[in-house]
Design a protein around this ligand. Sequence first.
Ligand code: DX5
Ligand code: ZN
Length: 221
Amino acid sequence: MQPYLIAPSILSADLARLGDDVKTVLDAGADVIHFDVMDNHYVPNLTFGPAVCKALRDYGITAPIDVHLMVKPVDRIIPDFAKAGADYITFHPEASEHIDRTLQLIRSCGCKAGLVFNPATPLSYLDYVMDKIDVILLMSVNPGFGGQSFIPATLDKLRQVRSRIDASGFDIRLEVDGGVKVNNIAEIAAAGADMFVAGSAIFDQPDYAEVINAMRQQLAS
Ligand code: DX5
Ligand code: ZN
């Protein structure tokens, strides 16, 4: 297991003053910025693209940016996000025609590559590509919107993925996204996650540091 990372999702940030809100959440102790890219095609919502990622870099954001692609097709936008300053790029296997190729493309662009599993997506997509993966992201809600409730079946899926990662011997992060809160982060960690996306839990509160510190306290207990 690697050190825990807390990754606020800017889907729930104040988009009218995004740069300042991202700085505030990083000053409050966030480790990574989670950047949800939705295309109104693969998922029923529309968010932001590489220009916004680059704008954050130009604004002086140096923290790792975790780009979660909920788009179809995926390949053609990957080099653009790499140039725009992404560190992690993850995609949904259902949205790629050639999963192995897409994973290789992400790494060839200099980014960490990952697969995202919807709540009902089978883990068999991992079967032949563990050596090409830096992060596995388990969705604990159906993708498209912030503020949904954590789906409890994710806990068992996390345990299965944790076993597969440990058995593989590869250095792979296990990320969870959707409905992560102060009151469930401990059991999510106990199931094997080491990277936690949280949107509404952090940005809907006035004091981000209070929430992030409470999450860290839960993780330490
Ligand atoms: C949902 C997104 C999530 C979302 C999480 O499709 O991938 O990153 O912002 O939001 P919360 O933490 O509010 O469930
Ligand atoms: Zn996400």
